[in-house]
Design a protein around this ligand. Structure first.
Ligand SMILES: [Fe+2]
Length: 178
């Protein structure tokens, strides 16, 4: 049976035991905050393309982009909650998303291939940022974050694969860039 003494002492757990150091928390939280802002920005842009899609492949592209946006919604919550788990703080507002995001606002809604190209560029930039975040978390031995980031890298590579293959059909995308 728990006594008053054991209940009282259970409130005095040393939160630092096994936790990341203050410098690691500050550095990783800042990086994850920027990553979160980028994913929010890419989510809105992907939805924008989903809503404004046009052309002969409307249904396919409209559904593809919704699938990609849903993946980002899951990622958004995981990034924010990972930051809180390590003791950091994350985004609170649209203003903070704008302050922290690194992706551009550029997107041209005139044609399907222009929209898909813009999304491919942003996903490629996000992939580079994810690899950087992975290096940072590995440096601080934050293995849980690196594990999550590995899944997000795989998902981003899948989104890029679909976008590149679709663009290849649309405009000979790879041939044009080589
Ligand atoms: Fe929709």
């Amino acid at each position: 049976m728990r006594t008053a003494t054991t209940i009282a002492s259970s409130k005095h757990v040393d939160k630092r035991l096994g936790a990341l150091g203050a410098a690691a928390v500050a550095e990783i939280s800042k990086d994850l905050r920027q990553l979160l802002a980028d994913v929010f920005a890419l989510y809105v842009k992907t939805k924008g393309a989903h809503w404004h899609m046009t052309g002969a492949h409307f249904r396919d592209y409209h559904l593809l982009l919704d699938e990609q946006a849903e993946q980002m919604v899951a990622m958004i919550d995981e990034i924010a909650e990972r930051t809180r788990k390590i003791g950091g703080t994350t985004l609170h507002s649209i203003a903070e998303i704008v302050q922290n995001k690194r992706l551009s606002n550029e997107i041209d809604f005139v044609s399907a291939d222009r929209m898909l190209s813009a999304l491919a560029t942003d996903n490629a930039q996000l992939l580079a940022s994810l690899r950087h975040s992975h290096e940072l978390c590995a440096h601080h031995n934050d293995v849980a974050s690196t594990s999550l980031i590995e899944v997000w890298i795989d998902q981003t590579e899948r989104r890029l694969w679909f976008l590149y293959e679709t663009l290849d059909v649309e405009q000979g995308y790879r041939g044009a860039s080589e």
